[in-house]
Write a new protein. Structure first.
Length: 373
């Protein structure tokens, strides 16, 4: 190995897995950026596309324009667990999972692989920005910290991916990253967040100039259901009960302060929790504790709310509502919410890595993997 890092011959191999559904033109751009612009030896890089039953000509475009890409064609859209079909045939030392409308900057993969080796990380997450505006999602919108990641782009060591079992087929979309990371940490793996590598995602934020976007009812309600499913499935009983209560109260508060549609998240959370109880697979106590007390969505609202004295003072003085304490709450947890780059591994004395489950395919309804002829 040279002083500047591994040579091309020493560099780990990577399989890039795209999950595609009815975004043919965006996928074309993402594949072009990946195959032509990434500063990574082509002999150590291969690309798989899982076509999640697209109906917009995605399959025909892949066959005619990207014959070197391996394609898995699904018979129906299975949501995010469709990635598992690509994970199952990945041959690289690492797997880079990308949305069909997302790609890394030219030097991003090389830097991520090098830093993963340097920090002995099993998963590397990135900063994310929109291709349509100068906006950085991870700094201004949903802040996952090191207990989650933005699922549009993530690099995972293949061994760790196989042992965690991939994405849960019970979750169609939204919240799947949290479920995955709970299992990931339960097996003693390490997460590196690398915000200086910024993935480009073809998505606009709610801050885009123009008329305000409608309340995202589908995403909001799916998140409530899937997060409740996750806590019921994985957290210890006391932690699961507290996290569910937090999700329920948050739905009521959001219905009052944001949009009445959020009230429906209350019943969605209850349904999701009941579903999770039917799939119980509890994790180790220290992992369960860490998520209950440090993952913002599972935190009790009174941990994050304004102090009573502040609320009374605002009311008496007729001032506007002061912000809650989310920033202050996160600032007290730099291990989980670092300002920049961070590494997290949840360990307890005597922790062992559990036997590996098989990757869980989304469903048996699929056409086998094949390269284009």
């Amino acid at each position: 190995m040279s002083e500047t890092g591994p040579s091309d011959d020493e560099r780990p191999t990577v399989t890039v897995v795209f999950l595609a559904f009815d975004r043919r033109d965006e996928l074309r751009l993402s594949l072009t950026r990946t195959l032509e612009d990434l500063a990574y030896d082509p002999d150590q890089l291969d690309v798989v596309v899982v076509d999640n039953a697209s109906t917009d000509g995605t399959a025909e475009m892949l066959a005619s324009e990207f014959p070197e890409v391996r394609v898995v064609r699904r018979l129906w859209n299975s949501g995010v667990s469709g990635w598992n079909d690509g994970f199952a045939i990945a041959s690289g030392d690492y797997v880079l999972a990308l949305d069909d409308d997302c790609h890394l900057p030219p030097d991003g993969l090389r830097q991520a692989v090098a830093e993963a080796g340097r920090h002995r990380a099993d998963l590397v997450s990135f900063g994310v920005r929109s291709s349509k505006e100068c906006h950085r999602f991870d700094l201004h919108e949903y802040i996952t910290g090191l207990l989650g990641f933005w699922g549009c782009a993530v690099l995972i060591r293949r061994d760790a991916l196989e042992r965690t079992g991939g994405y849960d087929p019970e979750i169609f979309v939204w919240g799947n990253e949290v479920d995955f990371m709970i299992r990931f940490f339960d097996r003693g793996y390490r997460h590196l967040h690398l915000p200086e590598v910024v993935a480009v995602h073809a998505k606009r934020s709610g801050k885009w100039p123009g008329p305000p976007a409608p309340f995202p009812e589908t995403a909001y309600r799916s998140n409530k259901s899937n997060l409740a499913y996750t806590v019921a499935r994985h957290l210890r009983p006391r932690h699961a009960a507290g996290a569910l209560l937090a999700l329920l109260i948050d739905s009521v508060l959001d219905g009052h302060r944001l949009h009445r549609v959020a009230y429906r998240g209350f019943l969605d959370a209850i349904r999701g929790f009941r579903h999770g109880l039917r799939h119980r697979q509890p994790v180790q106590a220290h992992v369960s504790w860490a998520y209950r007390h440090n993952f913002e969505s599972f935190a009790s609202p009174w941990w994050l709310s304004r102090r009573p004295s502040v609320m009374v003072g605002d009311t008496i003085a007729r001032r506007g509502i002061s912000p809650d304490r989310r920033h202050e709450w996160r600032a007290k947890r730099p291990r989980f919410y670092p300002e920049g780059r961070g590494v997290l591994e949840l360990r307890a004395s005597g922790v062992f890595r559990r036997p590996a489950p098989a990757l869980q395919p989304a469903s048996p309804a699929e056409v086998g993997e094949r390269p284009h002829q």
